[in-house]
Design a protein. Structure first.
Length: 107
């Protein structure tokens, strides 16, 4: 049996190597997300008892700097409300579900 090609195949690389994110930047972003999530979780725990009876299993998006929140029964509805309200700003929000755990299922 003969070898079809003696050439080595070129190794594949990134399509856009100039857009590669460093490990330090990835770690910084992860820490920022964790900090944001903890701040929003504190606000969520404060307002959840007031809202859970009337809006059980609705989605809630919380903006941690102002404490403002948006609620909607559907996920696509909450996304649209977020776009309408915060599209022109750099606001960072976290979305929860108004139930006992604040999640949409088992993790």
């Amino acid at each position: 049996m003969t070898n079809l090609s003696e050439k080595q195949k070129p190794q594949r690389g990134r399509i856009c190597p100039e857009r590669t994110v460093s490990l330090e930047e990835i770690a910084r972003r992860k820490a920022q997300r964790t900090k944001l999530g903890l701040r929003c979780r504190e606000i969520f725990e404060e307002i959840r008892p007031q809202l859970i009876e009337k809006y059980y299993n609705w989605f809630i998006a919380i903006e941690p700097d102002t404490g403002e929140y948006l609620i909607d029964p559907k996920f696509l509805g909450i996304l649209e409300k977020i776009r309408e309200r915060y599209d022109d700003t750099d606001a960072m929000l976290t979305t929860f579900r108004l139930n006992e755990r604040g999640t949409c299922g088992r993790l």
